[in-house]
Design a protein around this ligand. Sequence first.
Ligand code: UVW
Length: 320
Amino acid sequence: STLRAEIPVTELLKNDPKNWGRWGADDEVGSLNFLTQAEVLRGVQAVKQGKTFTLQVMMGHPGGDPVWPGRAQPVRVNVMDKGHYLCGKGPVFPGHAEYADDMLIMYLQGSTQYDALGHVWCDDQLYNGYDARTTAGKMTKASVLPIAERGIAGRGILIDIARHRDKQVLDRGETFTHEDLLAAAAKQGVTIEKHDILLIRTGWIGSFYTRDKTEFYQDFIEPGLTYSPELVKWFHEMEIPNLVTDTIANEVTADPVSGVVLPLHNALMRNLGVTFTEIAALDALADDCAADGQWTFLYTAAPLKVAGGTGAPVNPVVIK
Ligand code: UVW
C-alpha cells in the first residue's frame, strides 16, 4: 500500500537540522520565537487597506466538516431552548428572562486548528527532545497551551499554488516543493521573506463541501508539500514560524518516494518547531489577493487555551 513506510522516519530525516535547545531546554513554542516585537510591527506595516478575513472553516457546514480520517466531525448539541420552556422544564428566573444553551463535542483537531508541537513525534522524542511519555493522559510538555498563551502575530504571505497551476484545486496526491512556492511567489509579484508566516492555498478544503465524501477521502492522500532535505533546509534558513494550509495535514499525506507518512510533521514541527495550522479556509482571501494584487498582510491567531491539549481550534484573522 502507498501508506506503508519502507524506512523509519528517523532514518529519512537523519541529516536534517533541528532547533532543539535553540530557545532553551524548557521551550515549548519553537519557531514562534522568531515572531519578535519587530516582526509583529513588520506585520502591521503590511496592512494597507483595512480589509479583514477570517480563516476558520465553518463548524456544522451543511456540506459536512473536513477532518482527518478516524476523527469525528464536531457535534453541536442543543441543551436548552424554547422547547424546554414550552414543556415547563426551563429554569424560571425572577423577571422571566429565558435562555438557550448548547455544547460542542469535537476533536481538538476537528476544525481549523493549531497543532501542539508535541502532537506528532518519532523515536520516542517530541519537539525539543521531550520524552514522548509526557503525552500520556495529557500533554505535560509541548502542548498547545504555551502556543495559545503566547498568541501569534506577524507578516503573513499567501502563496496560491492552485492559481499558479491554473487550477481551481490541486489533484489528489499532487505535490509541490519550496521551488514551486518561489516560482508562484514570483508570478504573484511578491517575495517570501525571512520570518514570514507562510499560507499556502491548494483549493483542497474548499472543494470538500461539494465533493462525494468517499471520493474525497479515497486512500486518504491529499495534495501538498513533499519532503526533501532541501525543503527542510529552506524552512530552516527562512526561519518560517508558522505553516498554514487549506489541507487536513499540511503535507502530501504519504511521501511518494519513501512511503513514510507525515514526514514533514516530524521534519518541520518536531525537529524545527514550526507550528502547523491546518484546515484553513483560504479561498476568499486568495480571490481578494488575486483581485487587488496584495498577497501580504498582518496575520493574527489566538488558538483556544486548552491545558494539556494536543491542538486547539482557531479562527485566524488576516488584515490587509
Ligand atoms: C495528524 O497528523 C494525525 O493529524 P493532523 O493532520 O491534525 O496534524
